[in-house]
Design a protein around this ligand. Structure first.
Ligand SMILES: Nc1ncnc2c1ncn2[C@@H]1O[C@H](COP(=O)(O)OP(=O)(O)OP(=O)(O)O)[C@@H](O)[C@H]1O
Ligand SMILES: [Mg+2]
Length: 316
């Protein structure tokens, strides 16, 4: 977060300042996520001016200082939720961490939602069983939450399904405004229900359906950024893990070396997750998870399986 206001920026004259405020850019941070091209187009200035403004914005955000020792301590206090698969837990450095946003992306039926279901059960377990003794807030943007399937996972693992279902609060969202509204007002429910896991399945669907066309892109980026900022604030405020699923899109850019499908929502979102998992299908119920872009772990892969009892390590 920046401690300065837009009005303090030396690269903005009065006219530009007014223009930006009118367009909804109210913080220095909101500018720092634009590319010079986007800003130049948005406020009709030349690239050089846009570059200057963005450079100043970037140099003003995240200037807060922590000692590395403080950060290590904070890192060590993070708790973990088991995914149900040892392989997947190891890939993630021990499981899904509190204090972090973990993104799970992949094509349809790769197991994104199944992992969310499994985590919704596991987070309720005591520490020694890989949980956090906490409850779940599940935001379902695609209408695919299934109580029956969650109950199946719980009972297949020897737990009382009713008890587990009671500790999952589910809201189905209908558009991105609704999603934003819920996230902005989620604090109360986190406190009331001892929520340790917040799931958004998926983060991309509303945005991709509503903001179509190049001229909507900047607006979409702004909304996605403000959603990401709110999620980050929740992590500062509460001891909880955030898991979001994301859709993938095909790459048409011929100049890119890696042409495999990549997560949606672009630059505004790409830097926000602490951990990014990309799933793909193997043979039958086998799935391959690739971990990449992690701030603390090397890129690598593992195999897990989708089974009646949820996420498992072997095909049985
Ligand atoms: N009861 C079950 N027992 C075993 N496997 C199951 C069961 N239910 C679902 N699956 C597996 O999970 C797959 C669907 O995975 P999931 O719903 O997590 O996909 P997804 O990645 O969320 O896809 P989408 O992008 O469509 O949301 C099914 O194709 C099947 O292989
Ligand atoms: Mg799904």
């Amino acid at each position: 977060m920046s401690h300065k206001n837009l009005a303090d920026m030396s690269s903005l004259n009065k006219e530009l300042l007014e223009k930006l405020t009118k367009m909804g850019y109210n913080t220095i941070e909101s500018l720092s996520w634009l590319t010079p091209d986007e800003l130049a187009e948005e406020i009709k200035v030349d690239i050089k001016t846009a570059q200057k403004i963005i450079t100043e914005a970037i140099s003003n955000v995240d200037s807060q200082q922590f000692s590395a020792a403080d950060l290590l301590l904070k890192e060590k206090q993070k708790q973990r939720i088991s995914t149900g698969s040892k392989n997947l837990d190891e890939l993630l450095g021990g499981g899904i961490y509190t204090g972090e946003i973990t993104e799970i992306s992949g094509e349809f039926a790769t197991g994104k939602t199944q992992i969310c279901f499994q985590l919704s059960v596991n987070v309720q377990l005591p520490n020694i069983q890989g949980g956090l003794d906490g409850s779940v807030y599940y935001i379902d943007t695609e209408g695919t939450f299934s109580s029956t399937r969650v109950a199946q996972i719980a009972s297949e693992r020897g737990f009382d399904p009713t008890k587990f279902l009671e500790n999952i609060a589910v809201t189905r969202t209908f558009n991105s405004d609704h999603l934003m509204f819920l996230i902005m007002n989620v604090e109360k429910i986190i406190r009331q229900r001892n929520v340790k896991l917040l799931i958004i399945d998926s983060i991309a669907s509303h945005f991709r359906a509503e903001y179509i066309g190049d001229n909507k892109l900047v607006k979409r980026q702004q909304v996605v950024m403000s959603l990401a900022e709110t999620l980050k604030k929740l992590l500062d405020q509460f001891e909880l893990a955030i898991v979001v699923t994301n859709q993938v899109i095909a790459t048409f850019d011929e100049s890119l070396f890696d042409k495999s499908p990549h997560p949606a929502l672009g630059f505004a979102w790409a830097h926000r997750p602490h951990q990014r998992l990309l799933l793909r299908k193997g043979r039958g119920p086998a799935r391959i998870a690739r971990m990449y872009d992690s701030s603390r772990l090397p890129d690598r892969e593992c195999i897990f399986f989708l089974a009646k009892r949820g996420i498992v390590d072997t095909e049985k």
